[in-house]
Design a binder for this molecule. Structure first.
Ligand code: RP5
Length: 166
């Protein structure tokens, strides 16, 4: 059986970002959302980046998740070349702990939006979940799965919330 065409593109500036960005891919896989994962660098492969962003909507992608660290220009530059929603994940950098990545992604000029997530693993996981929420606006079956996910998460926390008595 042919694989379903990807609805979400998970891209990152370097292979070294995968450890962080796999969290987004795992959430998409958990919800059964067809997706693709690619290394696409704004600085090292600028032509590939522009081609990827310009062709994304035509290839059927509906959301792009872009993770990068340091001078994290990938999400903003991709957003400049597409009208698809772009979710930016600041990867935790070694030099400045991801504050550089966060500020590079979040301070977009008016007119070119990037939805910026938290630094690191939580941001990556939430980018995956946010992509599912965006797709769920027109897919009732995904909305049902999101309700189940959230209810299960609440039940798990409540079932495991006993603290030691001191
Ligand atoms: C950025 O530079 C990447 O997104 C990565 O977070 C960072 C470091 O890349 P490598 O030197 O590890 O390839 O473009």
């Amino acid at each position: 059986m042919a694989e379903a065409a990807p609805l979400v593109g998970v891209i990152m500036g370097s292979k070294s970002d995968w450890e962080t960005m796999q969290g987004a891919a795992q959430m998409l896989a958990q919800f059964g959302v067809p997706h693709e994962c690619r290394v696409v660098s704004a600085h090292r492969t600028p032509d590939l980046m522009a081609d990827y962003a310009k062709s994304a909507a035509g290839r059927g992608l509906e959301v792009i998740i872009a993770g990068a660290g340091g001078a994290a220009h990938l999400p903003g530059m991709v957003a400049a070349h597409t009208v698809l929603p772009v979710l930016g994940v600041p990867v935790q950098s070694k030099a400045l702990n991801g504050l550089d990545s966060l500020l590079s992604i979040v301070q977009m000029p008016g007119g070119i939006p990037v939805a910026t997530l938290a630094i690191g693993a939580a941001g990556s996981k939430n980018a995956g979940l946010l992509a599912v929420r965006i797709l769920a606006t027109s897919r009732p079956e995904l909305r049902e799965k999101l309700v189940e996910f959230q209810n299960r998460q609440t039940a798990d926390v409540l079932a495991d919330s006993n603290l030691p008595v001191l």
